[in-house]
Design a protein around this ligand. Structure first.
Ligand SMILES: [Zn+2]
Ligand SMILES: [Zn+2]
Length: 337
């Protein structure tokens, strides 16, 4: 076997995954230092703890890995970014004249949420001008880069536009935003290689090489803000709507005990079809000790041996899938969470 080089090591998905884990926990420390305990805990728990899943048909319960699905989680958001760039690429391939327009503003020193709203509203005004009348649709991603005294907030817009006259777009953006010397960039993405590049470039909203302190500021700046959207002809479209051939078939959420479909739910949240009173009775049966989460020490104890045995009581179930290899476990939870 060849000795791995620096290049092959950095391409190794396991190494990359480990890096993401370490980064995730460094971010958790930063959130904790900033007094954001809840956010810190969510990050710590992600991929390292388990939550109880249950079936409303047979009443069985079993454990599944917990995913936080937050924007600041390196493990969860990487997947979202890949999906987004795939969606943009599919859009690109359905366009006659795919173009990437980047519109910027000078460093924003006020509340960044206002900056995001101002940028989004300004782009909406630009879209209503005669210049973009022929644009049938596209997608945009707003990106925030921290600067010493504020934020560099800009928008990447992928759209189907036969002709974008640089000087006129520049003047229109200048007039709409009131910025003296705005920076704009227009590039065509006509060949497949350019399309791949442009979509990868435009899909990211945060760089995970940033230091943990910056991540906390970025989280607070973008909290509750929509940063990605599709518009026009592709408004609210998902990859499955545009390029179903690129989407693997979704595994239905099947109960591992009774094989019923779409009856699984997380015990923490309860099955949404029931009212609270009914759920209270079901919950007493599904998790009588009211434990819907296993902490990381418990999970490691079960996975790696008796020296780190669980400190908390755990739900015992002879068909508990925790005894299966972790990857298999990962694969079977789609549709449950
Ligand atoms: Zn079942
Ligand atoms: Zn996560």
């Amino acid at each position: 076997m060849d000795t791995p080089t620096a290049q092959t090591l950095s391409d190794n998905p396991i190494t990359r995954r480990q890096k993401h884990y370490r980064r995730k926990n460094r971010y958790a420390d930063a959130f904790e230092s900033a007094g954001l305990q809840k956010e810190a805990q969510v990050l710590r728990d992600c991929h390292e703890t388990e939550i109880l899943a249950a079936c409303s048909n047979c009443g069985h319960a079993w454990w599944v890995p917990y995913r936080c699905r937050t924007r600041v989680c390196p493990l969860c958001s990487y997947k979202v970014m890949l999906e987004r760039s795939q969606l943009m690429l599919a859009l690109c391939r359905g366009m006659d004249h795919p173009k990437l327009l980047t519109l910027t503003m000078p460093t924003w020193t006020d509340d960044p949420k206002q900056g995001i709203r101002f940028l989004r509203a300004s782009f909406a005004r630009l879209r209503r001008t005669a210049l973009l009348r022929k644009v049938v649709g596209g997608a945009y991603q707003i990106e925030l880069i921290p600067k010493q005294n504020g934020w560099h907030i800009h928008i990447h817009v992928l759209m189907d536009a036969p002709y974008l006259p640089y000087q006129l777009i520049y003047s229109a953006w200048q007039k709409i935003t009131g910025i003296n010397v705005p920076q704009i960039d227009i590039r065509a993405a006509s060949d497949p290689a350019a399309q791949v590049y442009v979509c990868k470039y435009a899909a990211k909203s945060v760089s995970f090489n940033d230091s943990p302190d910056v991540i906390v500021a970025w989280y607070l700046a973008t909290k509750g803000q929509r940063l990605f959207a599709t518009f026009g002809k592709w408004y609210n479209k998902k990859l499955r709507d545009i390029a179903p051939e690129l989407c693997p078939p979704v595994a239905p959420s099947i109960c591992p005990h009774c094989n019923a479909e779409k009856t699984t739910f997380l015990a923490r949240d309860g099955p949404h079809i029931y009212g609270w009173d009914v759920w209270k009775d079901i919950k007493a049966h599904i998790c009588p000790d009211d434990i819907t989460m296993r902490d990381d020490a418990t999970v490691k104890g079960i996975l790696y041996g008796p020296e780190t045995q669980p400190t908390k009581p755990t739900q015992t179930d002879p068909t508990d899938p925790i005894t299966q290899p972790r990857d298999l476990l990962d694969n079977r939870i789609y549709g449950v969470q």
